[in-house]
Design a protein around this ligand. Structure first.
Ligand code: CAA
Length: 259
């Protein structure tokens, strides 16, 4: 499938696919066309057996500076309801394979929210995370009041959401929003390294483990523990579990095939 607003490299490195947001003239603003392409690309990669992990990135200056303000500016509430742009986001969060965001420069509004929809975030020292919607007379609409609050706590989230304050990569790491902050020259390499590490694991176990961690966001503890337990048992139906435990006993590296 040809894309105009993103670039997809199916096998960027062994078992890792790369998606680059590609609207450099608009700071990678997330217009509806881009989000639809992103949804389609993620769906394709999720179906591709050769791909185990996806890295999502922007460019050095901007991961993404939010939803496209120019596209939304004149919309009414009913237009927004009819277009229902976040339905696309609902599809993105259903991606079964792990997604690692490689963030440099601005990750604002929907850009910050998109990075938080990913499973891990590696950022450059120049990264700036923020929810500045309040400064343009609105508020976050794709997780900025929910995922951000869960990640950084009420005090920081309130400050970011109510004042539009940006935080640096270092602050984001200290707050628990991201996994790692590294020099700008290596942020993509670091994200890919992390992806390659995950790609060595059993894809069956990775899928079930991702699903279980995400479950922790919207279930009471006991329900989450039961869910986790069933997924744990489920791994024992895989060849990968047999291979992993056999390899441990035989003191060799496992070769996970995803069966
Ligand atoms: N939507 C549309 N266009 C955008 C954009 C956005 N979110 N962010 C940047 N651009 C465009 C600018 O309009 C500009 O285009 P032109 O050259 O055609 O004028 C181009 O990208 C470069 O931007 P700037 O000239 O503003 O660059 P800068 O370096 O001076 O500033 C910035 C960079 C701080 C990121 C600034 O562009 C900015 O504040 N952007 C908007 C951030 C924002 O408010 N995001 C929230 C959007 S709403 C949202 O995301 C809702 C949601 O929850 C989903």
């Amino acid at each position: 499938m040809a894309f105009e607003n993103i670039k997809v490299t199916n096998q960027y490195k062994d078992k890792v696919a790369l998606i680059e947001l590609n609207r450099p003239g608009a700071m990678n603003a997330l217009n509806r066309e881009l989000m639809t392409e992103l949804k389609d690309a993620l769906h394709q990669l999720d179906e591709d057996e050769n791909v185990r992990v996806i890295v999502l990135t922007g460019n050095e200056k901007a991961f993404a500076a939010g939803a496209d303000i120019k596209q939304m500016a004149d919309s009414g509430a009913i237009d927004m309801l009819k277009v229902d742009q976040f339905a696309t986001w609902d599809q993105i969060k259903k991606t079964k394979k792990p997604i690692i965001a490689a963030v440099s420069g601005f990750a604002l509004g929907g850009g910050c929210e998109l990075s938080m929809t990913c499973d891990m975030i590696v950022a450059s020292e120049t990264a700036r995370f923020g929810q500045p919607e309040i400064t343009i007379g609105t508020m976050p609409g794709a997780g900025g009041t929910q995922r951000l609050t869960r990640a950084v706590g009420k005090a920081r989230a309130m400050e970011m959401v109510l004042t539009g304050k940006f935080i640096s990569g270092e602050e984001a790491q200290e707050a628990g929003l991201i996994n790692k902050v590294v020099p700008v020259e290596v942020y993509l390499d670091e994200a890919v390294k992390c992806a390659e590490k995950v790609a060595e694991m059993s894809p069956v176990a990775a899928r079930l483990a991702k699903e279980s961690v995400l479950k922790a966001f919207d279930t009471p503890l006991e329900e989450g523990l039961q869910f986790e337990r069933k997924n744990f048992y489920m791994t024992f139906a895989s060849e990968d579990q047999k291979e992993g435990m056999k390899a441990f006993i035989e003191k060799r590296k496992p070769d996970f095939k995803g069966d």
